[in-house]
Design a protein around this ligand. Structure first.
Ligand code: ZN
Length: 102
């Protein structure tokens, strides 16, 4: 299933660096690159069998805690969504790019 990750600037700063987004892309995530309020990106998607797999991969790449509560007034910084609608499955990401890690 397609899983979407979305982040916000809880606490007034971005939680993922450009390096983190590049790492997610290298690990198979499709990053929606944009330049928004100083962020390189704010969302990414991946095709995984389970939400747990997607979150585990995300945590491995970013070194962050997916359940971090963030700022108490802004809410949590990390959101993971499952698709709501049924539809054709997108092709799996090209995992060959993982080999570029040093
Ligand atoms: Zn706040």
């Amino acid at each position: 299933m397609k899983i979407t990750y979305r982040t916000n600037n809880s606490g007034g700063g971005w939680w993922l660096s450009t390096e983190d987004w590049v790492g997610l892309e290298a690990a198979g995530w499709t990053v929606q690159w944009e330049n928004w309020l100083g962020a390189s990106a704010t969302s990414a998607t991946i095709e995984m069998d389970t939400m747990e797999d997607a979150i585990a991969l995300w945590e491995r790449v970013t070194g962050q805690d997916s359940t971090d509560p963030g700022c108490s007034c802004c809410g949590q910084p990390h959101y993971f969504y499952e698709p709501y609608e049924e539809g054709p499955r997108p092709p799996r990401p090209d995992r060959s790019v993982i080999l570029t890690e040093d």
